[in-house]
Design a protein around this ligand. Structure first.
Ligand code: FHN
Length: 449
């Protein structure tokens, strides 16, 4: 091989060993923050005095707002209260280990200072600051891995689904802009290159891949291109065309992508591939003034535990306001999750699913510590006097602990009756607030044929 030819690595054929090494931090992290933030937070669900139905970041499409009209919102986007350090502290306190923020959503607006477009935070708005530069630096300071969501669909760019095509409805199967390959090669890929070079993301989270103009071949090419730019980069399955709708998993191994992306739902069971469930706290990704349908913190904690027991990651969304504030109801829920994780985080981080059973009935979830014979059982019904468990066997003479309670818990075990744990009354007092109690058991998984 000529010395000047560097051996090209084929990242589409990565070894399991290299893949596992690259995914390790992400698998251990378990819990991340999704941030949908952009021009759509300015109208915040309302256009011409009318409530526009649907998710807030789709207001341009759902409200049939012409590009020239929508650009006026960009001219008003001035998040004077944005404080990247404050956001990073909220993530840290919540126990979130990584963040995925929209660099560019379907509306085509860039949250960074792009040299390929004036339609960006620095050149187009009165704010004139590079959001991604400030947030990536703040996350690095807090030890939070930084990632970006990037839409393949673009309702602004004339070579994509923008101006030239007044009907930019991405769901219109006849809408294939003949110039889209130009957009991919001379706009999307250069913008992605500057994002990688300037903000050093650990994850790229693609979306909008469903448009007919985008092909499987483009997906394979884009994945290889990005891994060559940054070999350690982790890229979701929406870089390609294999996702099965909101269920989020690839329909076939031929499609590329490092993890599946169930959306607004959790897999019904476990999977043999990596996956991450992304969800909103209310009903919208981008901020909407009138969406107050917030999930309780108990539901969010249950989701986190359920996802971890099934071997996945949980990506929980916040939609900041046009002023740059993460809504108070979101912050309140994240604080409660962080408080729960301060006591029970060892049962979530650096864990994996059991070989056979991830749950028992509806109120118990089993989770195993990686590379250790430690099993956690999360109990969502703490009214009972004692708990019967069949899928874990304590090591002989070992102690069973209840996280957050300082005394060993009384139990009995037999090969016939399984494990029976008594719930101490004073524990109920100590942990009354907690929505999920976690028992820590040294032992082994008990397989019942
Ligand atoms: O169209 C997007 C939507 O705006 C949002 O970004 C979600 C969250 O990932 N993904 C797409 C809908 O499937």
């Amino acid at each position: 091989m000529a010395s000047e030819e560097i051996a090209k690595v084929d990242y589409l054929k990565e070894s399991d060993k290299d893949f596992d090494a690259r995914m390790k931090w992400w698998r251990d992290a378990k819990f991340g923050m999704f941030i949908h933030w952009g021009v759509y937070s300015v109208p915040a669900g309302i256009y011409n005095g009318e409530e526009v139905k649907g998710i807030g970041e789709w207001i341009m499409e759902k409200g049939k707002i012409p590009v020239e009209e929508y650009e006026k919102f960009a001219k008003k986007f001035n998040p004077v209260d944005f404080d990247a350090r404050e956001w990073a502290k909220i993530m840290k306190q919540a126990g979130m280990k990584y963040v995925i923020i929209t660099s560019k959503h379907h509306d085509g607006f860039a949250l960074w200072d792009s040299k390929y477009s004036e339609y960006d935070m620095v050149d187009y708005t009165p704010f004139k600051r590079d959001i991604l530069k400030e947030l990536s630096a703040a996350c690095k300071e807090e030890g939070i891995s930084f990632g970006m969501y990037h839409s393949i669909m673009d309702w602004h760019h004339p070579q994509a689904q923008g101006k030239k095509y007044p009907k930019y409805n991405s769901l219109d199967s006849t809408l294939i802009n003949p110039e889209f390959p130009e957009y991919v090669e001379h706009y999307m890929k250069p913008q992605l290159k500057e994002l990688i070079e300037n903000y050093d993301p650990e994850v790229l989270w693609f979306d909008g891949e469903w448009i007919p103009a985008y092909t499987h071949e483009m997906g394979l090419d884009l994945y290889q291109y990005l891994r060559e730019l940054k070999p350690s980069l982790i890229i979701n399955n929406r870089v390609d065309k294999g996702r099965q709708g909101y269920q989020g998993m690839n329909s076939d191994d031929k499609y590329i992508g490092d993890f599946g992306t169930p959306e607004q739902e959790i897999l019904a069971g476990t999977a043999d591939v990596d996956w991450e469930s992304c969800m909103t706290m209310n009903d919208t990704w981008g901020f909407k003034t009138n969406d107050h349908n917030w999930k309780d913190a108990e539901v969010l904690i249950f989701n986190l535990v359920d996802v971890a027991a099934k071997g996945g990651n949980y990506l929980l969304n916040v939609g900041p306001t046009a002023e740059g504030i993460i809504p108070v109801p979101s912050v309140e829920r994240l604080q409660k999750m962080g408080d729960w994780l301060k006591i029970n985080g060892e049962a979530i981080y650096e864990t994996e699913k059991l070989d056979r059973n991830y749950k028992e009935g509806e109120n118990f979830r089993y989770i195993k510590k990686k590379e250790e014979s430690i099993y956690y059982v999360a109990s969502f019904d703490n009214t009972a006097e004692n708990i019967k468990l069949n899928y874990v066997k304590p090591a002989k003479d070992s102690e069973i602990m209840l996280l957050g309670y300082n005394k060993p818990i009384a139990y009995t075990f037999s090969d016939i009756d399984g494990l029976s744990i008594e719930l101490p009354k004073e524990a109920k007092i100590n942990l009354a607030e907690s929505s999920a109690w976690v028992f820590k058991i040294i032992g082994e998984e008990r397989i019942i044929e």
